[in-house]
Structure formats: C-alpha cells, structure tokens
Design a binder for this molecule. Structure first.
Ligand code: UD1
Length: 431
C-alpha cells in the first residue's frame, strides 16, 4: 500500500549509479539451471524480481544465496532439478517463463504456468513453442500449464527463423540449444545487449555460440555445461530513466555505469529534444534543456527506440515546446500510462498505437496509479515537472525493477518521499 509523494520543481543535480540489468539478471539466473554446481552472478540489482526468481529456482531444487549488500547471487544447482514453475510465481513475474528452455534441455521436461495477459498487453508464447517443437519437443497446454517434453535422447538442433525478434523466445531457444544434439541456427533473433550478456555467460559455462550481437546465432550443442562466474551488464533502461529525468527537469546528472552505446536511439532523441549527452569515463552526463523541443518517437526492437523507455519519451513530450507523435509498436496496451499522464494535465490524444502530444510548459500534481514498472517510474519522473505534490500509487510495480528510487532522487535534490498508507487511511479515502 505504499505511495511515493513527489513535489515538483527541482532540477536534478548530481550523480546516480546504475546497477546490473533486471532484464539480464533474471535470464542469467535461469541459465544457471543448465549446469550443476554454483554459478555466481555479480552486480546483481537489489530489486523484487530478483527475489522472485530466487524463490522460483529454490522451488526447482537450487540453493540460492542472494547477498543484496554484496550484490551477488550464487545459484547452486543440484544434479536432479525439478520441472514445475507454478502459477503463483509466474503470475508475480512473467520473466519466470525463461526457465522453459533450460528445463526442457536439461531435465527433458518443463511445466510452466502460462502467464495471463498483463498490464502491458497480451504477450504471446507462440515463438517459444514453435522453436522448441522444431527441436523435437512435444508441447501442450494442460490445466493452465505449458508442458514440454523433450524426445528420448534430448532436444536436437534445428534451423529456426523467428517471425519476430522476440527477446524472450530468443533467450529460451538459445539456452535450450546449448544442450541440444547437433547444430541449431537461430535466425531473426533479438539483438538486445541483454542477449549478448546471456551469450557471454553461456560461453563461460562452455557453450558453443557464434554470432553474438547479430541477427543470427549458431549454437553447437554440447553434452554438459559447467557453472561459471559473471558480472551482469548495466541496466540500460534504468540509465535511460535517469537520462530522461535529467532532461525533463532541465537538470544535470552524471549517470555512473550507464553505457551510451546501449542507448544510441534514446540518446539521439534526447539530443534532438535539446539535451546534451556526453560520454565520460565510466558513464555519461546529461544536461537538460530549459524546455524540451518536441520529438517524434517510435518504439522498435533493439537497436530501435526501446519500448521500456516509451513512457519517459511521452512524459518529456508532455512538457515540450510544440506537438509530436509517440508510436508504440511492441506492446498494445502500453498507453494506460498516457491516461495517467493526462491526470497530471498532459494534453494528448491516444489513437490506436499512436499518441499525439501537445506540449505544455508544465504539469499539475494529482494522485496517479502505476500500471507497470516503467509506467510507475515515468509517473515519478513526470511529477518532477508538475506543480504541487503528486501521489504515485501502485509503488510495488516500481520496486520490481528499480532500486530505492526515492533515495536516488533525493540524492539528486528532488523533494520526494515514500509513505505507507494505513488501512484506516484507505478506508477514509473510500468513504
Ligand atoms: C522483454 C523485456 C521487456 C521489454 C521487451 C521488449 C524482460 C523480462 N522483459 O520482454 O521489458 O519491454 O523484452 O524489448 O526481459 N511475442 C509474440 N510471440 C512470442 C513472443 C513474443 O507474439 O512467442 C510478441 C509479444 O506479444 C510482444 C512482442 O512480441 O508484443 C515483444 O515480446 P518480447 O520481445 O518477447 O518481449 P519479452 O521477452 O516478453
């Protein structure tokens, strides 16, 4: 029941440090299932989703030590691994689906609850299923579970062309292919930096993967992998969040650990809006304009503009000096955020997967509700430019992907605090 209270007005000044990527560490933890013994990850972010994945791996039989202070996670995998990822955990975190490939390859069977539609639109699993079938697995849905069964003798290599460069399908099929018999060619794969990070861990575990960074991965299956040690790639979405926060407040922020080379399109858009972005040793610096210029943005698979930064682009457009169009090409319902932004006074029209935004000099505070991780963070960022005190509800979403966002913002000079809403207060509010 926590909420974040943001009083707008301050330009952010100072430095923040970017932890390891949520969208990488969860897959790296799943990949540890491919080998028995202890895989150790470093640079692990202190976020809720890591705890959920740790619990999922424990239920599969692994011994997981997540040392938040040291930012390490040690996943010790037994010889015999379970095969059930239950609904309770998959519902809490859709990325649980990334155990599907490793379990089918290593155990020969997986029973993974089918995630329902979530707040950012329906997300299919057809590419995961088609790929595993091409590798010889039988796949069916039974009582809400996706059940896979590898053929006797294990998965076999195959030539698979993805109809769309899905991040999750690329990761599941890549992990499955490392232990398949023979060669697997994966075409039209996702090229996100988190995929490269996964390839790096798999290669360190003894996998034979070629084509890192490209649209085609060639994997020669091996009989067994060995545990390894690996440092998680910095979170480009968190880095992008701080870059947009600097731009929207006309501030000056040093994003430690941020990598501009992973944010090429987002940086180009920020520069077009009038921000100055400069790579420095160990990070980059962003200096925001007094008032951003309007910039059209359309999300696309990497290296296109990331869908996870789309809500921030929308927030920036809301205070721009003119009109622009923001287009969402990946997730259909990601504009629930746009309607919350309207509550902060943004002038916009949603039409299908486009939003026409007419910028205003500033926004005005209101109570708003986060519908997903990025929407929650973007509401906090937008509120920095709103007159008065905005209450952001649904903060649990933000905790899933961001380390203490309130402490980071306070360190940058923002007037932000977190409050726990008691039962009585909720009741009073309802009455
Ligand atoms: C990952 C990220 C998420 C990011 C997204 C796109 C994690 C935990 N999440 O999600 O933050 O926004 O990449 O960069 O890493 N699709 C199908 N069939 C499939 C698979 C996907 O139709 O079998 C569709 C989905 O419905 C969606 C689109 O493809 O519209 C993108 O999905 P995908 O790239 O798989 O994203 P995720 O791996 O779910």
């Amino acid at each position: 029941m926590d909420r974040i209270l943001v009083t707008g007005g301050a330009a952010l000044e100072g430095s923040v440090t970017v932890p390891g990527a949520k969208n990488s560490v969860l897959k790296l933890m799943a990949a540890s299932l491919l080998a028995s013994g202890p895989t150790v990850l470093e640079g692990v972010p202190r976020i809720l989703d890591v705890s959920i994945m740790a619990e999922l791996l424990r239920r599969l039989g692994a011994d997981v030590e997540h040392d938040a202070a040291a930012r390490t996670c040690r996943v010790d995998v037994p010889e015999e691994v379970g095969h059930v990822a239950d609904y309770e955990l998959v519902r809490a975190m859709r990325a649980s689906i990334s155990v599907l490939g490793p379990l089918t390859a290593r155990v020969g069977r997986a029973d993974v609850a089918v995630p329902g539609g979530d707040a950012i639109g329906s997300r299919g699993l057809d590419l995961h299923v088609e790929g595993l079938r091409a590798m010889g697995a039988e796949v069916h849905v039974d009582h809400g579970y996706l059940v896979t069964q590898a053929p006797p003798g294990g998965l076999r290599g195959a030539e698979i062309t993805l109809a769309f460069p899905s991040v999750g399908a690329t990761e599941n099929l890549l992990m499955a292919a490392t232990l398949a018999r023979g060669q697997t060619v994966l075409d039209n794969v996702a090229r996100e930096p988190e995929i490269d990070d996964l390839v790096d861990l798999l290669v360190a575990m003894g996998a034979r993967v070629q084509g890192r960074g490209g649209g085609r991965l060639v994997v020669d299956g091996v009989d067994a992998l060995a545990p390894a040690r690996h440092v998680v790639v910095p979170d480009r979405v968190v880095a992008g969040t701080w870059a947009y926060a600097a731009a929207i407040t006309g501030g000056h922020v040093d994003v430690r650990g941020g990598r501009v080379e992973h944010l090429t399109m987002a940086v180009a858009k920020l520069e077009a809006a009038g921000a100055r972005v400069e790579p420095v040793e160990g990070g980059f610096v962003v200096e925001g304009p007094a008032r951003p210029r309007p910039v059209d943005v359309a999300t696309l698979p990497y290296p296109g503009f990331p869908t996870d930064l789309q809500p921030f682009a929308l927030a920036l457009a809301a205070v721009a000096d003119g009109s622009c169009v923001v287009t969402e090409n990946l997730f259909e319902a990601r504009f629930r955020f746009a309607h919350e932004l309207e509550r902060l006074g943004a002038d916009l029209v949603v039409d299908g997967h486009h939003v026409l935004v007419r910028g205003r000099p500033g926004l005005s505070a209101a109570p708003v509700e986060a519908s997903d991780i990025r929407a929650g963070a973007a509401l906090v960022v937008a509120a920095l430019r709103a007159e008065g005190t905005t209450e952001v509800h649904g903060v649990a979403h933000v905790d899933r992907g961001y380390e203490d966002v309130v402490a980071s913002l306070r360190g940058l000079g923002a007037d932000v605090r977190r409050e726990t809403v008691t039962g009585t207060e909720t009741f009073t509010a309802l009455a």
